[in-house]
Design a protein around this ligand. Structure first.
Ligand SMILES: Nc1ncnc2c1ncn2[C@@H]1O[C@H](COP(=O)(O)OP(=O)(O)OP(=O)(O)O)[C@@H](O)[C@H]1O
Ligand SMILES: Cc1ncc(COP(=O)(O)O)c(N)n1
Length: 269
């Protein structure tokens, strides 16, 4: 059986995040990767130097090519940039019944560059979230989407409930940005129960692309028909190995190591 996953996201010329991180991750997990590029960023480990959004027509043509020939088993969205692009993506997701939809609501790059226009947040909430099988915000993104401050785990639980009420079938709020100095907790809410996934916090600057990579693992594992709990467990293992064995590349926020999980002999089955 050949599983196929589609990423709809921005290109990171530096190779650590976006489309590049997603395709590298799919490949490591033996899932055939496909892409629809929403924007080209000129980016390296120091930051984002420029953003060139694709036209809506260019995005539509790519979506059409995939839908006409290569039905994906799961679909991930990352940087979508504008309300118009979000609306077009939502239209295709609905029309083609791409029900295994993983929404990573990318908003701001590490260096502060905006990867989503302010007026597109409404479209994320109203067009995309109701179609999501799972949404994977980090803490600042969850704050924007729920309009609340998140400081404690209880705050995060409340935010997860709010995001669920907005239409996402499952919610994972990642803990990379929490103020816990020792542990990174990722929290899953499935509408009934909370599940916690913890790892020791690594003191490192080299976490560029962790969010993309985490959601790409979920996407690949969900394509294979894994349960969400199994998929999140795998994502946590994969990203922990990728951060532990980060690559000393560039002089800013370095990328994670997408082959670390395989090199450690950790099983993908
Ligand atoms: N310092 C760290 N040590 C260990 N795991 C981490 C660390 N930072 C992030 N992670 C893990 O990486 C994944 C992404 O988390 P994070 O909350 O940082 O997402 P993100 O903000 O979308 O990513 P990025 O910071 O790259 O934009 C999660 O599984 C999280 O647990
Ligand atoms: C094109 C693109 N997409 C997404 C991110 C954020 O990446 P992450 O949150 O994984 O660091 C990025 N820096 N560039």
């Amino acid at each position: 059986m050949i599983y196929k996953s589609l990423t709809i996201a921005g290109s990171d010329s530096g190779g650590g995040a976006g489309i590049q991180a997603d395709l590298k991750t799919f490949q490591e997990l033996e899932v055939y990767g496909m892409s629809v590029i929403t924007a080209v960023t000129a980016q390296n480990t120091l930051g984002v130097q420029a953003v060139y959004p694709m036209t809506v027509e260019a995005v539509e043509e790519q979506l059409h090519s995939i839908a006409a020939d290569l039905q994906p088993d799961s679909v991930k969205t990352g940087m979508l940039y504008s309300a118009e692009i979000i609306e077009k993506v939502a239209e295709f997701v609905e029309k083609n019944a791409w029900i295994k939809l993983i929404v990573d609501p990318v908003m701001i790059a590490k260096g502060g560059a905006s990867l989503l226009q302010d007026d597109a947040i409404h479209a994320v909430k109203t067009k995309l979230m109701p179609l999501a099988y799972v949404i994977t915000p980090n803490i600042p993104e969850a704050e924007v989407l729920t309009d609340m401050k998140i400081e404690t785990t209880d705050d995060r639980m409340l935010a997860a409930k709010k995001l669920y009420a907005m239409g996402a079938a499952n919610v994972v709020i990642k803990g990379g940005h929490s103020n816990d100095q020792d542990v990174v907790l990722d929290l899953l809410y499935d509408g009934e129960q909370f599940f916690e996934y913890k790892s020791p916090r690594k003191r490192t600057n080299n976490t560029h692309g962790t969010g993309c990579t985490f959601a790409a693992v979920l996407t690949a594992e969900i394509a294979k028909g894994r349960t969400l709990d199994d998929a999140v467990r795998m994502a946590k293992k994969f990203i922990t190995a990728a951060i532990d064995e980060h690559l000393e590349i560039g002089s800013g926020h370095g990328p994670t190591n997408h082959w670390a999980f395989r090199m450690a002999g950790l099983s993908i089955r």
